[in-house]
Design a protein around this ligand. Structure first.
Ligand code: SF4
Length: 327
C-alpha cells in the first residue's frame, strides 16, 4: 500500500433525538443525544478497498456520510489528501466533493424518477460545469454507460425502465461522472439478489483497476466485504471493535464481536469452528448504551472490568487493532 488518501481521526457524530426514537427537528418535548459515531479513527491507503462491516445501526453509513460531509461531525477530523476538510464550506467543499463520490444502497431512491438516464448521470457534470451543451453531456453519459456495462443507447430511458442491477449500474455511472479518486459504496449490493451481487462486485473491482480508484465499502454482510476488501473494520454501536488486514481478520478474529459475526458465515474448515461464539441478545438501544465496553451485554467472555472500563483500540500485531480488555 502506498500513501494514505484519507485519514479519519476521533470522528464523532451526535444526533439529538426525541426519546420516542425519531431525529429531533423541533424544540420542546423530551430529547436525548445519540452518539451514532463514537471516536472513530482509521486511515485508507491509496488504491485499497477498506471494508466497514457491522449490524444495522452500528454507525457505518453515518461514517460514510460524514466523510463526504453530507452531514457535519460533532467533533473529530477528516483529512483527504493531506487537506483538513472537516470545516470546509462553499467552493472549497464542492471542489473536494468532486473527488469523493458515493454509491448508495437503493439505486432507485438515489435516482430522480422524473429525469432520464442522461439527466441523472449527467447532472453532476452540469452542476460542476464540466459540459457546455446537452449534446456534450449526452456523449459523456453514453461513455459512462458503456463503462458500467450498459447499452449507451439507454441514455434516453427512465429509471423505472431498468432492473435493480441495471439501476445500480446507473448509480455507479453517476458516481463516476466526476472522475472521483475515492468512492464510498454504502451497501451497494444489499438490495440485489445473490447473482446480481456478484456482477456488481465484479464491476466495482474492474472499475477500481481501470480507474485507479480507492474504495470504502460499507456492508452488513461479512461475506460480501470479504470478497472485495483489502482491510476490514468491524463497528459496533458507533465504535470500531477491530481493524485488520482481510486475511488476518478472517484467520485470527480477536474481538468476541468479530468472532460472533463470523459465526454467521459458513466455514468448511472444522479447525476454525472453535472460534465461533454465536451472537446472543439484541443490540442495546443507542439511547441508553451500556457503560464500559459497549459489547459487554452480549459478550460470552465478559469480565468485571468490561462493565465499567471502555477498552481502547490498541494495536496488538502489525496492522491489527482491537478494542477489548482480553488483549
Ligand atoms: Fe467482551 Fe470485555 Fe472484550 Fe468487551 S472488553 S468484548 S465485554 S471481553
Amino acid at each position: 500500500m502506498s500513501d494514505m488518501i484519507l485519514k479519519v481521526e476521533h470522528l464523532t457524530k451526535e444526533f439529538k433525538v426525541h426519546k420516542s426514537g425519531g431525529v429531533s427537528g423541533s424544540a420542546g418535548g423530551s430529547h436525548a443525544l445519540v452518539r451514532a459515531v463514537n471516536d472513530v479513527s482509521f486511515s485508507v491507503a491509496e488504491g485499497e478497498t477498506f471494508g466497514i462491516v457491522g449490524e444495522s445501526g452500528c454507525g457505518k453509513s453515518t461514517t460514510g456520510r460524514l466523510i463526504l460531509r453530507l452531514i457535519d461531525p460533532t467533533s473529530g477530523r477528516i483529512e483527504f489528501r493531506g487537506t483538513d476538510m472537516t470545516h470546509l464550506s462553499g467552493e472549497a467543499l464542492r471542489g473536494m466533493r468532486r473527488k469523493i463520490q458515493m454509491v448508495f444502497q437503493d439505486p432507485y431512491a438515489s435516482l430522480n424518477p422524473r429525469m432520464n438516464v442522461a439527466g441523472n448521470v449527467g447532472e453532476p457534470l452540469e452542476i460542476h460545469r464540466l459540459v457546455s451543451s446537452k449534446a456534450e453531456r449526452d456523449e459523456k453519459v453514453k461513455e459512462l454507460l458503456a463503462t458500467v456495462g450498459l447499452n449507451p443507447d439507454y441514455y434516453v430511458r427512465f429509471p423505472f425502465e431498468f432492473s435493480g442491477g441495471q439501476r445500480q449500474r446507473i448509480g455507479i455511472a453517476r458516481a463516476l461522472s466526476l472522475s472521483p479518486e475515492l468512492v464510498i459504496a454504502d451497501e451497494p449490493v444489499s438490495a440485489l439478489d445473490v447473482s446480481l451481487q456478484a456482477q456488481i462486485i465484479n464491476l466495482l473491482q474492474d472499475l477500481k483497476a481501470k480507474k485507479n480508484l480507492t474504495y470504502i465499502f460499507i456492508a452488513h454482510d461479512l461475506g460480501v466485504v470479504k470478497h472485495i476488501s483489502d482491510r476490514i473494520a468491524v463497528m459496533y454501536l458507533g465504535k470500531i471493535a477491530e481493524i485488520a488486514d482481510k486475511r488476518e481478520i478472517f484467520a485470527r478474529p480477536l474481538h468476541p464481536y468479530t468472532q460472533a459475526l463470523f459465526s454467521s458465515i459458513p466455514i468448511p474448515n472444522p479447525a476454525k469452528r472453535r472460534l465461533r461464539a454465536p451472537l446472543g441478545g439484541d443490540v442495546p438501544s443507542p439511547l441508553a448504551p451500556p457503560p464500559g465496553c459497549l459489547f459487554h451485554t452480549r459478550c460470552s467472555r465478559v469480565m468485571d472490568r468490561c462493565r465499567v472500563e471502555v477498552p481502547a483500540l490498541r494495536e496488538v500485531a502489525p496492522g491489527h487493532q482491537v478494542a477489548c480488555h482480553l488483549y
